[in-house]
Ligand binder design. Sequence first.
Ligand SMILES: [Zn+2]
Ligand SMILES: [Zn+2]
Length: 244
Amino acid sequence: MLIFLKVCYKIVHKYIEEKRIDMSYLFDIHVHTKESSCCGEVPAAQVVERYKKLGYDGICVTDHMNLHNIRKHGSTYEEGARVFLSGYRAAKAAAGDSFKVLLGMEIRFLDYDNDYLVFGFDEDFIFTRNFAEFSELEEFRPFALENHLTVFQAHPFRNNIAVVSPSLLDGMEVYNGHGGHDSRNDIAYRWAEKYGLRMSSASDFHRETGMEPGGIYLDRMPGDSADLAKMLLNKEYKLKTFVK
Ligand SMILES: [Zn+2]
Ligand SMILES: [Zn+2]
C-alpha cells in the first residue's frame, strides 16, 4: 500500500512539475523602440515580430525617460511624453491577442548617467508630473514607494555608472544583453547576490548585437504593468539568461 501511495505521489508530483513548466511565460522586460528612444533602431512592430519569432510571450517596453530624450521629442514635457508612449502603443497595436505588451520606462535622473527600469504604471500616470526632471534616486525612491512602482537599476556596472545604496532599489539587472556595451554582468550578479537584491535579466534591445537575448520566466501571464511590478517584488519569476 505504501509503495503504491509513493508511486502515486511521484506521478502527481511529476505532473505538477510539468504543468508548472508548461505555464512558464517568457518575457523581456527591457526593450526599446525606434519611435520613442533616440537610440532605438527597430520600429515597434518589427520588435514585436522579432520576439514572437524567438518564442517570447511578451515584452515590457522600457523606452528612455530622461531630459535628453524628452526634449528631442517635443518642445514641452507633454509633447515629449506623447512620443514616449508612441513606441509602446505601436507595439501593442502590432501584437494582437497572442502576445503581451506591457508599459515600463528606463528613467535617468539629473545627477548621474545611471538608468533605472521602472514598472507598475499606466499611460495616464506619465502625465501626472514631469518624470524627466527628478533630480536623483533619493528623490524618486519615496515617490516610487508611494505609487507602488518597482525599480531595478539597469546595467549597474557599465562605465560611468555611479554605485548607489542597495536600500534605494528593489532589484538590479544582472544580465543586460546589449552587445554594444560592456555591462560586466558577472559583477552585477555578484553584487546583487552580496546585497540580497532581486535580480533581473533582459536584452536592453535596441538592435541585433549577437548577444544571447535575456529574459525572465513567469508562472502566469501578467495582466498589466502593475501586475508585473508585483510579480517582480514577490520574486515570482526565474532568470532566463545570467552570468555568474
Ligand atoms: Zn538606449
Ligand atoms: Zn535600455
